[in-house]
Design a protein around this ligand. Sequence first.
Ligand SMILES: Nc1ncnc2c1ncn2[C@@H]1O[C@H](COP(=O)(O)OP(=O)(O)O)[C@@H](O)[C@H]1O
Ligand SMILES: [Mg+2]
Length: 410
Amino acid sequence: MPILDKISLLTLLISKGLLAKYMKRITGTYQISTVAGEKAKAFIPYSLPPENPPFNFDEKLKALHLEALSTLEKLQVAANLIPNIEWFIYGFVRKEAVISSQIEGTQATLEDVLTFEATNESKVPADVEEICNYTNALEYARNELSKPKGLPICSRLLCNIHEHLMKGARGSNKQPGTIRITQNWIGGSRPGNAVFVPPPPEHLGKLLTDLEHWIHSNDNLPPLIRAGLVHVQFETIHPFLDGNGRIGRLFITLLLEHWKILSSPILYLSLSFKKHQQQYYQHLNQVRTKGDWEGWMAFFLLCVKQAGENAIDTAYRLFAIQNQSRNAVANHKSATMYAIRLFDCLANHPIITMPMAMKLLNTTKPTASKAIDGLCKAGILKEITNKKRDRVYAYHNYLSVLSEDTQIIV
Ligand SMILES: Nc1ncnc2c1ncn2[C@@H]1O[C@H](COP(=O)(O)OP(=O)(O)O)[C@@H](O)[C@H]1O
Ligand SMILES: [Mg+2]
């Protein structure tokens, strides 16, 4: 066959997507990078969208996409049915923060975080601080994105998120708020035996600008698919010395809201990533090693569906507990007006102390004490320290549902 015919046949096959099944897509280039005198093969990803061949949004992925979207719609309906969505945002954001940080290795539970918030201790354990930093970082970013003159989704916003996340003892040596200027690596004791060596620092500026432009461009792919692509691209760029996993997952939360897939951060997606952590890392890796964007996407969409179903179930169970508890309080003989008012604060303070109750009710110690006592007698609150002083009370039924899957498994 003359050479020209071969080329035109190839072009035809590619344009019809027929080669996509057989061709291994190349998703970037390698460059030898030197770290501490040792040479390593650093990967520089091509910018989004996937090309050669383009992202294959086939029937299988379309079906998974529809299922994931419809689960998110049901989650949104569940949230809209609830009189005070702030309860869920409060609890679910903290749940996501705890689980996302646990993927990183943080050894703190939801109870630890809520107890810290209730007691206002001056000394915060580093693990708890990391989780509080995550919720602060998310709040900061949502606030910026919702303000008329706030930052849009851009590298500056990501750096500021990083600054919030790296506050305090553990993060202070991780160049808070700064794109790294040194070579890093993932897995392995040194760059030479690493699982993955991200791009050398001189490439980061352009890679992040390209990512930002693509997010703001008019791509035909649906927003949920785009959020999945952004997560991998961000993890592959790995622009910070630490915190890339948490920021990359927080990025998904921001995009779902920004692209109006959910009206608030009520999907704790990290739960599914944590449950399938090995597959999560493997799929991230295979985008680079096999060009398998589609395999990652199938995994991502299944995770969205699974986490969404879990959140819907949790939301309805919490709502039912809240209704039962309210009836129990209203019908109990020792319930004062202050006890009922305190009860209404519990969904946002499932762990509470006397000083906190005084503050929330804006009242004296004897009155707050009576309110707490009333809620204990009605079976709503339980004292959890067994101490005589500095007592801490938990809205135990509610908390036991909210904190499912957030325990540390040793
Ligand atoms: N092979 C890989 N390729 C790209 N990203 C990866 C790979 N393996 C893990 N990751 C991502 O890197 C994250 C860890 O990076 P790190 O900067 O330590 O973030 P964090 O401190 O938030 O865990 C993981 O949570 C995951 O999202
Ligand atoms: Mg880390």
